[in-house]
Design a protein around this ligand. Structure first.
Ligand SMILES: *[C@@H]1O[C@H](CO)[C@@H](O)[C@H](O)[C@H]1NC(C)=O
Length: 394
C-alpha cells in the first residue's frame, strides 16, 4: 500500500505534462493520403510522398509524415536534404510497394533514398521491393539491370529506423553509406535464400551505427560491412538463410578506408553459408580491419562458422598472382558455439604478404556431425584461451 501513488498527485502530474505538451509547439503532421496518395497498391503515389517530404523538410518545427494502412505504389523517391527542421518522423502503418516491372527502376541505384538529412526517424511499415522478377531475370543468364537497393541513407546523420520490414528487395535491402549516428532496431528482412545480391543491411563509410534486435533472412550477407566503417555495434541478430555477417569484401581498391572497432554480440546463424566472416580481395590495397569482437555467437549447421578469407578473386580476374594488402589484426572470437555443416569449422586463410595478427580465440566449441571439427590456418598468428574446439592451429 505504501508504494501506491496518490491518485490526486498522479492527476496533477498528468495535467502538468499535458499542459506543457500543449504549450510546446505542436508537431505538424502530414498524412500522405491528404496529399493525394492512394492506398490501392496501384495508383502512383510518388508525387504525394514527395509533397509530404518537401513540406516536412521546409518546416521550422518537428514534423511527422504519416502513412496509414494500405498499399502505396511508389516509383523511385529521393528524400533529399538538407532540411530546415532537425526532426522529421516518418510513421508508416502501411506497405510501400515498388514497381514489379524491374525495368521501371532499372539501374536507378535505390528505390527509397534519403540523402543529406539530419534527424530522421522512420518507424514501422513494410517495404515491398517486388524483386522476384529481377531475380528470375538474373538467374536466366539474360542481361538484366543491376536493380535497386530498397532503402538507402547516404551522407546523413542522427537517423533512427525501428520496426521496419523489408521484403523481397531487388538488390540490397538497406544501405547506410557515409552516415554518422544511425540506430536501427527491430528490423525484419525477408527474401528467398536464393535471391542474388540481396544483402540485408550494408554499412560503409559510416561511424556510430548500431543494429539491434533484428531478424534477417535473405540470399546474400545478412549484414555486410564495407570499407570506412568505424564504431559499429551489432547485437541480438537472427541470421539465416543468408551468407552470415561479413566484414568485406575489403581491399577492392588500392586506396581504401579501413574498418575499425566493430562488435558483433549475440547472434544466431541458422543454415547459413558463413557465420562471422572477414573477407578481402587478393590484391594490392592499403585497407585494414582491426579491433573486431565477435562475441556469443551460436551456429546451427553453418558451412563456415568462423572464417577469414583474404584470397577473394571471383573468376580469377583482376588479381592474378597477387596477395591481399589488407591488414587484419586484433580480432577476438569469444564464446562461439554450435555446429558446422563442413569439417573445417574455423578457417583463417590470410594474406601471405600481410599475415593476420593478434587473433584471439576464447571459449570456442564447434562440432561437425556431433564430432570434433577441424581448424585450418594460413598466415595467421594468434592465441587461444579457455576451451577451444577445434584446437587452434596458430
Ligand atoms: C567503439 O565503438 C563503440 C560503439 O560501437 C563506442 O561506444 C566506443 O567508444 C568505440 N571505442 C573506441 C575506442 O572508439
Amino acid at each position: 500500500m505504501g508504494n501506491q501513488r496518490s491518485p490526486l498527485l498522479l492527476a496533477l502530474v498528468s495535467v502538468f505534462f499535458y499542459s506543457s505538451a500543449v504549450l510546446a509547439a505542436p508537431v505538424l503532421t502530414y498524412n500522405v493520403v491528404s496529399l493525394g496518395a492512394k492506398a490501392d497498391g496501384k495508383t502512383d503515389s510518388t508525387l504525394a510522398f514527395l509533397a509530404a517530404w518537401t513540406k516536412a523538410c521546409a518546416s521550422v518545427t518537428a514534423t511527422t509524415i504519416y502513412v496509414p494502412a494500405g498499399r502505396f505504389y511508389l516509383r523511385q523517391v529521393a528524400f533529399n536534404g538538407p532540411c530546415r527542421c532537425k526532426a522529421i518522423f516518418i510513421r508508416i502503418d502501411g506497405t510501400l510497394v515498388a514497381p514489379s516491372d524491374y525495368r521501371v527502376l532499372g539501374n536507378a541505384g535505390n528505390w527509397l533514398g534519403f540523402s543529406h538529412v539530419n534527424g530522421v526517424t522512420l518507424s514501422g511499415g513494410i517495404l515491398d521491393g517486388q524483386g522476384t522478377g529481377l531475380w528470375t531475370c538474373k538467374a536466366s543468364g539474360k542481361s538484366c539491370p543491376s536493380g535497386a537497393t530498397t532503402l538507402q541513407f547516404s551522407n546523413s546523420k542522427n537517423i533512427v529506423v525501428s520496426g521496419l520490414t523489408s521484403l523481397n528487395s531487388q538488390m540490397f535491402h538497406i544501405v547506410v553509406n557515409g552516415c554518422k549516428n544511425v540506430k536501427m532496431r527491430g528490423i525484419k528482412v525477408t527474401a528467398n535464400g536464393n535471391s542474388p545480391n540481396t544483402d540485408g543491411i550494408h554499412v560503409q563509410l559510416s561511424s556510430g551505427v548500431t543494429i539491434l534486435n533484428s531478424k534477417i533472412q535473405t540470399g546474400d550477407d545478412c549484414i555486410s560491412i564495407g570499407p570506412g566503417t568505424t564504431n559499429l555495434w551489432i547485437e541480438n541478430i537472427a541470421c539465416g538463410p543468408g551468407h552470415g555477417i561479413s566484414i568485406g569484401s575489403l581491399g577492392k581498391d588500392l586506396k581504401e578506408a579501413g574498418v575499425q572497432n566493430v562488435t558483433v554480440k549475440t547472434a544466431t546463424f541458422t543454415n547459413t553459408q558463413n557465420g562471422v566472416r572477414i573477407k578481402s580481395w587478393g590484391r594490392a590495397s592499403n585497407g585494414f580491419a582491426r579491433n573486431i569482437l565477435f562475441q556469443n555467437a551460436f551456429m546451427v549447421n553453418v558451412q563456415n562458422p568462423v572464417v577469414i578469407d583474404q584470397n577473394y578473386c571471383p573468376g580469377n580476374k583482376g588479381c592474378p598472382g597477387q596477395v591481399s594488402g589488407v591488414k587484419i589484426s586484433d580480432v577476438t572470437y569469444q564464446d562461439i558455439h554450435g555446429s558446422s555443416a563442413t569439417e573445417v569449422a574455423v578457417k583463417f586463410d590470410c594474406s601471405a604478404g600481410n599475415p593476420c595478427n593478434r587473433i584471439k580465440l576464447e571459449n570456442v566449441k564447434l562440432t561437425y556431425q556431433n564430432q570434433a571439427a577441424e581448424s585450418s590456418c594460413s598466415h595467421a598468428v594468434g592465441t587461444s584461451s579457455g576451451l577451444v574446439q577445434p584446437t587452434s592451429c596458430f
